[in-house]
Design a protein around this ligand. Sequence first.
Ligand code: SAM
Length: 225
Amino acid sequence: MTDTNSLRPALVAAAQQLGLSLSDSQIEQLLAYQGLIQKWNKVYNLTAVRDPQAMLTQHLVDSLSLLPALLRHAEGRPLRLMDVGSGGGLPGVVVAICAPQIDVTCVDAVAKKASFIKQVAAELGLKNLHGEHSRVEALEVPPFDLITSRAFASLLDFTSLTRQHLKPRAESGAKSGAIWLAMKGQHPAEELAALPPDLDVFHVEQLQVPGLDAQRCLIWIKPRA
Ligand SMILES: C[S@@+](CC[C@H](N)C(=O)[O-])C[C@H]1O[C@@H](n2cnc3c(N)ncnc32)[C@H](O)[C@@H]1O
C-alpha cells in the first residue's frame, strides 16, 4: 500500500480541531484509505487531486467535517446511510471508518468506482461498508435513515432522484425521521429556492474544514410530515 505515514500528524490535528476522538486504528484506516486512493487513482479515475497533502485536506478532512453533525444526529443509534454519487467513497468511506454503528452504502453509476468501494471494504475489513453499481434512481434496496451527497447534483436532483430510498417516518430510527444531508460549498441560495414545498430545509449549517480556506455548508432536508 502507498505510504501515507507522513500525513498522520496533519490528520490527527484536523480530527482534534473538528472535536472528533478517533482511535489509533481509525486514524490508521483513514491513512490506509488515502493510500488506496493514491495507489488506484489512475486505474479507477477517482480524483483529479494528485498531491497527497492536498488530497488529505480537500477530500479526507473535508469529508471528516461532516462527522460531528452526523454523530450528533445518530446519537449512537445503528442507522443505515446511503452516500449517493460517492465516487471513490467521499464521504461514505470516511463515515464508515469513523462511525462503525452506521451501515454505509456507497452508490455510483460508474462500475469501477463501486468496485473500488468493495475493494476498500475488503482491504480495510469494514463490514459496515458496501458498494453498489447503479444509477441511484434505478437502484432497488431497502430504504435508508440518511442519504448524503458531496459534489453530486443540485439539491433538487439529489432529493428527487433519491426520494424513494428514504425510510418512511414511522420506520426511521431517528427522532426527526429519515433525512437528506447535502455537503455544499457556498450557501446554495438558488438551489434551495428551487426545492418543492413538500420538502423542509430544517437546518443550514456552516462547516469549518481545518486547513481549507473555503466556504462549506451542510444542508439538512426532510420531507414535510
Ligand atoms: C463529482 S463526483 C463526486 C464524487 C464524490 N462524492 C466526491 O465528493 O469526490 C459525482 C459522482 O456521481 C456519480 N453519479 C452521477 N449521476 C449518478 C446517478 N444518477 N446515480 C449514481 N451515481 C451518479 C458519478 O459517476 C460520479 O462518480
